[in-house]
Design a protein around this ligand. Structure first.
Ligand code: FE2
Ligand code: FE2
Length: 390
């Protein structure tokens, strides 16, 4: 298949051609960071929305491959669907928030606001960005449901694949809900600006990459779930440090869901490594060459044309998600899927294996520079916190 390379360098640590929402309004491009990473790049050549973020176009399987997915259905039922929690056993946002039907509601809200009062602005910027990424769930669900693996023709198909995608979305939906309600009650942020950002982001969509490749899609989602697990776990730790145990519990509870989801996607991707190691390693390499970008990378608030880049810098600066985390995640998956021991590969597969196997060391050597860059990045105003600079 055609390999289309856009005009950018792969040299810097987790930098990726990301297309801010503004690129849909203007021909200018910029390179910003990947999942919460920290390096700002140089201007790119022009193109259309979606183009810059897809530098490798290589469908690994025909658009539909029903037999493979069909043959895996029993395994999905027995090994994957058990990783969804029944609704009756699931937590709900209400469990962590003041109860509006109780007499003590106003006092509970005041206590929440009192606890939030002294938490620094940079923490709130990160929490808002995390929440907005969660709130753009409709885009992610659409992408899964229209992929050939999680395909959901009617919207209520009873295949285990479609059941997983809907169950996963239903669990994820609580994350944005909980953070949104918490932030609303905290009184620390500009809700209208946040709501605008969410609307822009859902309107812009997101770009997972080739959905015809089950390996690509599930490797991406494994990576992304582990990244969100790490970032929510770190916001929990910071909340503890700031003395807000209840907020720590909120973030920690969301992190635990992400971990469970990571387990599911990692198992599915692992299955593709077993079934077709050649296809899987080429997909992994394509994803990494393209860089793994956060699904919220098109975020825009109507003001800041580099909002995701600025948000990523703050994440890095306060230690919620850093260049080191990116490399550590990569290292984890290289080990989990036994990348270095895959055998029987084609020459293209072996080349991909060498690329992926050597990437951890290469990125490790650049990691400190990337973190230093994020630390040195100047403070910028965020509309989410009334234009204050962090
Ligand atoms: Fe989530
Ligand atoms: Fe998730």
């Amino acid at each position: 298949m055609a390999v289309k390379l856009n005009n950018f360098s792969f040299q810097s640590l987790p930098s990726v051609a990301l297309l801010p929402a503004r690129a849909q309004r203007s021909p200018k491009f910029s390179i910003t960071s990947t999942i919460y990473s920290s390096s700002k790049g140089k201007a790119m050549s022009s193109g259309r929305a979606g183009e810059a973020n897809v530098n490798v176009v290589r469908p690994m399987l025909p658009p539909k491959n029903d037999e493979i997915f069909k043959s895996m259905e029993d395994w999905v039922r027995s090994d994957i669907l058990i990783l969804l929690k029944p609704v009756e056993k699931s937590w709900q946002p209400h469990d962590f928030l003041p109860n509006p039907t109780s007499d003590g509601f106003i006092e509970q809200v005041n206590e929440l606001r009192e606890r939030a009062k002294d938490i620094p602005d940079d923490y709130f910027v990160v929490l808002v960005g995390d929440m907005i990424v969660e709130e753009a769930l409709p885009s992610y669900h659409t992408l899964l449901g229209s992929s050939n693996i999680f395909y959901d023709e009617t919207g209520c198909d009873n295949t285990p694949w479609a059941t997983w995608a809907r169950g996963w979305s239903a669990e994820e939906n609580r994350h944005g809900d909980l953070l949104n309600k918490y932030l609303f009650l905290s009184g620390r942020v500009e809700m209208k600006q946040i709501e605008k950002t969410t609307q822009y982001l859902i309107g812009s969509g997101t770009d997972f990459g080739p959905r015809t490749s089950p390996s690509y899609l599930t490797i991406y989602t494994s990576f992304q779930e582990r990244a969100t697990f790490i970032s929510h776990a770190n916001t929990a730790k910071l909340a503890m440090k700031y003395g807000d145990k209840k907020l720590a519990q909120i973030c920690g509870t969301i992190a635990a869901d992400e971990k469970r989801h990571e387990t599911a996607y990692t198992k599915i991707a692992g299955k593709f490594f077993e079934l077709d190691p050649n296809e899987a390693i080429i997909a992994f390499s394509d994803l990494l060459r393209r860089k793994v970008s956060m699904p919220g990378h098109l975020m825009y608030d109507g003001n800041d044309e580099n909002l995701f880049y600025h948000f990523s810098n703050v994440c890095s600066r306060i230690g919620v998600y850093t260049a080191r985390d990116y490399v550590t995640i990569l290292e984890h998956f290289v080990g989990t899927w036994n990348v270095e021991k895959l055998s029987g590969l084609s020459s293209e597969g072996r080349e991909a294996q060498d690329y992926v196997g050597g990437l951890v060391q290469r990125l490790r050597s650049l990691e400190e520079r990337a973190q230093a860059r994020a630390k040195k990045a100047p403070a910028v105003p965020f509309s989410w916190i009334s234009g204050r600079e962090v």
